[in-house]
Write a protein that binds this ligand. Structure first.
Ligand SMILES: Nc1ncnc2c1ncn2[C@@H]1O[C@H](COP(=O)(O)OP(=O)(O)OP(=O)(O)O)[C@@H](O)[C@H]1O
Length: 313
């Protein structure tokens, strides 16, 4: 099978809101697919429809070859979902939590212990299996959730902000496990995140805005397509500098980010020497770099992904 997920003309209309407007995309077997967008873009609505939790107004979805509306149970057997919130029972041990899930998913009784051992090994929690979850760190809990999501051998794992609230070291560690899963088990991953450095891990990224998919490609191609260089600039008086730039500079796209002015130019080599001579306000900081995914996100949605975060994200 080439496509693990196929979404065709998918539409969801709430009473007054066109939340998802006839989108089309495929997710290939074994790929990490990043799904990004500002708040209210329609991501959750799309994911809920893909995961059988919400009926589409129009269109079709297939997962692992099964139709999401007609073969709900087959689809549910094919997917694992790691939610943002902790959904473990803290008073139970890791093992007991996993046993409970085996029962929900009707994993045959004689296979449960071996299956649990297997997933605990993947996330490196074998030695902690008899400990109560309330004694676990945030990272250990998230790993246990991933283990639980894997118990019924899903083909696709949905990861909703998998590292939110974790410290950078634990985040990096968790990504090692996720990549190991992709490599060893060939599981397809559908990832949402507000951390663009994490989205870089994706084989392909879709950016959704206002109910539509507005870009879909590899992180590298998205950045290459944006092209050019970004010049980051601070001056002794940014307000005056901006006025000056508006008057004198014609071949740059100018945006302001907190106390830094960004100039997007076709080539910094050709631009920078004459620019520095032109500007009368003294420059206090200057940095030249290639576009990042954040710049791509900004170019497509008009918003910084940081600005789209809500308190719980
Ligand atoms: N149950 C609902 N009834 C009416 N409108 C809804 C409902 N759920 C979502 N919407 C609207 O649909 C649009 C898309 O919302 P959705 O939650 O899918 O966006 P999102 O991209 O997941 O945003 P976030 O990143 O904030 O979770 C928004 O305008 C939202 O207000």
């Amino acid at each position: 099978m080439d496509n693990m997920i196929e979404v065709k003309n998918l539409t969801k209309t709430y009473k007054k809101v066109d939340a998802v407007k006839g989108i089309n995309f495929d997710v290939k077997e074994g790929e990490i697919f990043g799904f990004l967008g500002p708040n209210g873009a329609g991501k959750s609505t799309t994911i809920n429809m893909i995961c059988t939790m919400l009926a589409p107004s129009q269109g079709s979805i297939s997962i692992n070859g099964f139709d999401v509306q007609k073969e709900k149970n087959k689809v549910r057997e094919s997917i694992g979902i790691i939610f943002q919130e902790n959904t473990l029972d803290e008073k139970l041990t890791a093992m007991e939590n996993l046993m409970l899930h085996c029962r929900f998913y009707k994993v045959p009784k004689n296979k449960r212990v071996a299956r649990i051992q297997e997933v605990l090994e993947i996330v490196d929690l074998v030695d902690e299996k008899k400990q109560r979850v309330e004694t676990f760190s945030g990272g250990m809990k998230r790993r246990l959730e991933i283990a639980r999501g894997l118990l019924h051998y899903p083909k696709v794992l949905f990861l909703d902000e998998p590292t939110v609230g974790l410290d950078p070291q634990t985040r990096a560690h968790l990504w090692e496990y996720i990549l190991k899963l992709k490599e060893k088990e060939g599981i397809t991953m559908f990832l949402t995140t507000h951390y663009l450095d994490e989205a870089e891990i994706s084989d392909r990224i879709a950016i959704m805005d206002k109910g539509e998919i507005i870009a879909i490609d590899t992180p590298l191609k998205l950045k290459d397509e944006l092209g050019g260089d970004i010049i980051e600039l601070s001056t002794e008086d940014n307000v005056k500098a901006l006025q000056e730039i508006e008057e004198k500079v014609k071949d740059a796209e100018v945006t302001v980010h907190e106390d830094t002015i960004h100039l997007k130019v076709a080539s910094s080599d050709a631009f920078i020497s004459s620019f520095i001579k032109t500007l009368e306000i003294p420059i206090t900081k200057l940095n030249i770099r290639k576009p990042t995914l954040n710049d791509v996100f900004l170019a497509f949605t008009g918003r910084d992904i940081g600005q789209t975060q809500t308190n719980n994200k």
